[in-house]
Design a protein around this ligand. Sequence first.
Ligand SMILES: [Zn+2]
Length: 391
Amino acid sequence: MSRGRELLSYFAGRAAEALDLLRRLVAVDSPTSDKAGVDRLGALVASALRSAGAEVTVLAQAPAGNALLAFLGAASPGSGAGPGGGRPALLLGHLDTVWPLGEAERRPFRLEGGYARGPGVYDMKAGIVLCVLLARALRDGSFRSRSPVACFFSSDEEAGSPCSRPRLEAEARRCRYVLGLEPCMPDGGAKTTRKGVGRVILEVTGVPAHAGIDPEKGVNAIEELAAQVLAVKLLEDASSGTTLHAGIISGGVAKNVVAPNARAEIDVRVAAPSEWRRVESAVLNLRARNPKARLSVEAALTHPPMIRTEAVASLHRQASRAAAEVGFDLGEGSTGGGSDGSYCAALGVPVLDGLGVEGEGAHAATERVRLDRIAPRAAFLARLLETIEGP
Ligand SMILES: [Zn+2]
């Protein structure tokens, strides 16, 4: 039997255990904003990893939930580290979901037609299960990784990881490369490029006045803002993949009052840093159309773009070979969404993301994950850790 097939049959033998863990993870609500819930999930994941032989450190933090750092295979020295030891490979995931408290009760874990359903099952509790399966396999000596294997779970990824990011970056800097266990492309492929994500906030201050008695004394902030929102939209550039989208708008105090204030929050996606610089400089140079209105603009690139460097391409080539040994094709693709992987990539650490289990419906009530793909994805990751060379 080929090595890939051997690993596949090992992980197929652990399917019941994987399913049971997935069920338990989905039963714990872990919305980003609820520290208690994220910490409950973190405790469950830490205990699963420890019983799979990993050495786990809970990274206490507030107001977000605690993050987790684990070294897989640590309980049996030598089994985790390959011949060379050295800088670890980093498996990356997150504990939080976009679903509110009570969702797991309203829409409980269930199996249906070869899929598992439930809040967070695809994004990304199935990815956490892969990590625990790998930990146990390392401890059992069922495979040997060429590098030590570290694993980091952030607790506020769905909000851009404001709390977890510094610790994640500290770990990522120590690592050779990052394998992201986030959901894969719709065809199962890895994510080798991600757009950068930015935020532009426009705030207009006008002058209030009675809309019927003396409107000429007022300065309407909503009208000013409306013009600015349309001006910003013109910065879109389809050929370079730059999009701008007004996602939140608010303003005014009453129907019969000339609006004294208005605010818009705009989502920006760019494929390259130069495009962000173009958008940033354009919005920072916006001037109020009405000289009596005051316009203030804030612009921030919250997730840098993840670019397909030669090191990333090499990771993907090696990953495709490992996948082929297990019996499937691993394509690759690009996504408009930012993730923790984007932060690691910005440090110059090669990232291959989207290695989670196939499914669909991230952030949607239709979310589901394919049960028959848990074992192949775990076998593929083990084979990749076993064979990877460089960077
Ligand atoms: Zn995710």
